[in-house]
Design a protein around this ligand. Structure first.
Ligand code: FNR
Length: 332
């Protein structure tokens, strides 16, 4: 896995499932992170090959609840992000998936109370020994590249010290979100503090924060010196921002996203959440399309939402033809 000069889709809970990752890659993302998956949840899963749609699924034992779905096409670029507070659990989780993904990443930046109260995400930032324990345990026992994603600490000096300790564990790259734990998403990312980390390390640093347009990429790379750039909200709103040829319309991106969700039998909650985020950004949930998306209870309901089915130009094919893998012409 090469981490230099890459455009990276950031991990996003309830967004970064297989169809969204394939969407981002189609428009030009080189590396695509899955949504954060908590170790406890993954440890209840077994690996199953889904012959019907051609995916590899990690499914909660005794249920049909797919916790992580991937496919061969993304094997060389998908990064599996783990939410953890424990080295052994992190390793056992990573061992479950490491042959199906390109790399594993530890989330050390999530400020949400669910993560922090469980000792995960940003809670790790104040526990450098635990960070060391988790990362060295993964490095010692896996052949897969290991990375982590942090936020800035209170002072630039503290961030650089932590980044140096992380580099010593042998990780392949470090993603730095240029905000501090109390910062809100609307607060500007502090690119100058990312630049301090870049100057102090030899491993690739992935800049994250406030990249919304493809044109921003080179400017931000030269402002920070970062090797690569990671995008969350800019990609969520219009995944074609990864394209060097410029964005296509949000309607076209939405249509392609829904097509992929249908082909890959995406979870309805994740699909609705992602669509709602797109619609809120460009339009309004109070309009008929938004209201119908909110009401949908299944992928079939969604495909029949008038505005969407007109755009899709697709009437749901009968199940027999829909389920034959050979009928999926362009399966990405
Ligand atoms: C996130 N973020 C995030 N970070 C992470 O490490 N794991 C995750 O699962 C998530 N989930 C998530 C969901 C959604 C909907 C958003 C908007 C964000 C944080 C994200 O990866 C990124 O660090 C920040 O959003 C900053 O990047 P942008 O948005 O300025 O490009």
């Amino acid at each position: 896995m090469e981490y230099r000069n890459k455009l990276v889709l950031a991990p996003m809970v309830r967004v970064g499932t297989l169809p969204f990752r394939l969407l981002a890659a189609q428009y030009g993302a080189d590396i695509t992170y899955c949504e954060e998956i908590i170790d406890h949840k993954m440890l209840k899963c077994e690996r199953r090959i889904n012959e019907l749609i051609g995916s590899t699924d990690f499914v909660e034992k005794g249920t049909n609840n797919v916790v992580f779905r991937t496919c061969d096409e993304e094997k060389d670029r998908v990064v599996f992000q783990i939410g953890t507070s424990d080295a052994v659990r992190a390793l056992t989780t990573a061992q479950l998936v490491c042959n199906d993904v390109a790399a594993v990443d530890i989330n050390m930046g999530c400020p949400k109370s669910f993560s922090v109260s469980g000792g995960m995400g940003a809670a790790l930032l104040s526990k450098p020994e635990l960070i060391h324990d988790i990362l060295t345990t993964l490095k010692r026992n896996l052949n897969t590249p290991v990375t982590c994603k942090i936020r800035l600490l209170k002072s630039p000096h503290d961030t650089v010290e932590l980044a140096r300790r992380i580099e010593k564990t042998g990780v392949s790259a470090l993603a730095v979100h240029g905000r501090k734990v109390p910062d809100r998403p609307r607060d500007p990312a502090k690119w100058n503090e990312i630049a301090d980390v870049v100057s102090a390390l030899s491993i690739p640093v992935i800049e994250n924060g406030d990249v919304f347009e493809n044109d921003d990429v080179e400017r931000i790379k030269s402002a920070t010196g970062a090797s690569s750039v990671m995008v969350a909200r800019g990609a969520l709103w219009n995944a074609s921002m990864f394209s060097p040829e410029g964005k296509v319309s949000y309607e076209a991106v939405k249509r392609e996203y829904i097509r992929k969700c249908i082909l890959w039998d995406n979870d309805i909650k994740s699909t609705k959440h992602t669509l709602k985020e797109m619609i809120i950004h460009y339009s309004c949930l109070e309009l008929p399309e938004g209201k119908a998306v909110i009401k949908s209870e299944s992928m079939a309901d969604l495909a029949l939402v008038k505005a969407i089915s007109i755009q899709l130009n697709l009437i749901f094919p009968p199940p027999s033809s829909r389920l034959k893998p050979k009928s999926l012409n362009s399966h990405s």
